[in-house]
Design a protein around this ligand. Structure first.
Ligand code: CA
Length: 255
């Protein structure tokens, strides 16, 4: 497969490119964010360093995600909890902290490719009977075929993965789904990074819809579609903690 390697450090880039080539991948290495944006359309998967000279890596990640759906793994020295959460929320499929073992990174690449490639389509995570349906819960509508969500009639912008999680729960709204089941169906694997990722994505769904009750936590087990109440207050204006655009304050909001 063709990899886009975004890494400004020559030694790191050389080591990664060599390892990728040994596993049969073709590699385009770029050291600047602008070149990454220029070449991302040709990539079948992306390895992204966050410390780049011309643009913050998280901002680049968000921009890449608006134009590219390819599997993307962040490979960075930033190891704080907040960095990892922000990276996953911005659309990374996995997050690997430097220094890392090359064999482990290569295994994670295989896993990410498998779980993203294994899905037959954007609706692949849903049971077949759910395709084409619109599921309502409270004032939230989830259009499973159109992959759109509205809350009180207003569109909610979820990431691809957030929608997959919500659609999976909405596909069988009366069932409680275990963490393992969700991780297996959406991520294709239940390893550590994805396990944290599930909580991050559920938090994203709750904050972006402004409906914390939309996803119900079944403690110690998993999640279920909930029946959310609209935020308190008059119907004629957003007075919640955010306006449904996903900038939940305080949770992981950075500068
Ligand atoms: Ca760097």
């Amino acid at each position: 497969m063709h990899a886009l390697l975004v890494e400004d450090d020559d030694r790191m880039a050389h080591a990664l490119a060599t390892a990728l080539a040994q596993r049969g991948h073709s590699v385009r290495r770029v050291g600047r964010a602008l070149d990454a944006l220029r070449h991302v359309h040709e990539a079948e998967f992306v390895l992204l360093d966050l410390g780049l000279p011309d643009l913050d890596g998280l901002e680049l990640l968000r921009r890449l995600r608006t134009v590219c759906d390819a599997p993307l793994i962040v490979v960075t020295a930033r190891c704080g909890e907040r960095d990892i959460v922000q990276g996953l929320r911005a659309g990374a499929d996995d997050y690997v902290v430097k220094p890392f073992r090359m064999a482990e990174l290569m295994a994670r690449i295989d896993t990410v490719r498998r779980r993203t490639g294994a899905r037959p389509g954007p609706a692949g995570a849903e049971p077949a009977e759910a395709a084409g349906r619109t599921v309502r819960s409270g004032d939230v509508e989830v259009d499973l075929a159109g992959r759109t969500v509205t809350a009180a009639g207003r569109p909610v912008r979820l990431t691809r993965r957030e929608f997959d999680v919500l659609a999976f729960l909405a596909g069988r709204p009366h069932e409680v789904h275990s963490r393992e089941e969700i991780l297996d169906r959406i991520w294709g694997d239940a390893f550590l990074g994805a396990s944290r990722s599930l909580d991050v994505h559920v938090a994203g769904i709750r904050s972006k819809t402004g409906r914390p009750g939309l996803v119900r936590t079944v403690r110690g087990y998993g999640y279920q579609l909930g029946a959310p109440a609209a935020p308190d207050g008059p119907d004629d204006g957003p007075d919640g903690p955010d306006d449904g655009r996903g900038t939940a304050s305080g949770r992981d909001g950075g500068p």
